[in-house]
Write a protein that binds this ligand. Sequence first.
Ligand code: ZN
Length: 211
Amino acid sequence: MGDRFRTIVDLDATAEDAEALAERALAWLVAEGIVLAEQTHCVFGQPVRPPGPHWARTAAPEDSDGNPSDGLAVTTGRTVFHGGQDQAEWADCPGCGGRTLFGPGGEEQDDPWADDALSHGDGDAADAGDEEWQLFSAAVGAWHATGEGYVECRHCAVDVPVTDWIWQPGCFALGHLGLEFWNWPEFRPEFVAELGRQLGGHRTVVVWGKL
Ligand SMILES: [Zn+2]
């Protein structure tokens, strides 16, 4: 079975304002009856607030996961929020919209990296996607360590901050504030949008997975 999580990450929260934003979001979630104010137990060492009387306002009507059984944990500080998979299949450049595919099987027909891989004679074009992934992975690691990391877009040749890439949904988010809902049904999009408004109109993204 495992434990499922769905994390709403504020992409615009900074190291400086993440704590205040977390408090603001929590106050709203408690006032709406979505979670209770008191932290009652822990999931993987993190204290969680259990579902409130109106938790169903957050849930997509078609979700079959049923009632939430754990609750909300809040993470602040520079964090790589990742979903259940080891890696994303793609990321889109926010500037030109060009897509970078990751391996294995991540090569494109006109992919110069694929040609490069083939010219080395291993004959495995999937190496191209793997190589792209290494670049992104290194940039994510640099961001986690220093707060800065860049990947050059191979379509437009712009050095794009790793925080600005648009990842395949659910896989990754880099940010300073994450609201982690454990064993909670799928979110209604309106709930995620309203939470973004409560966070000052910040951009949000949902990352999900299972541990
Ligand atoms: Zn680009």
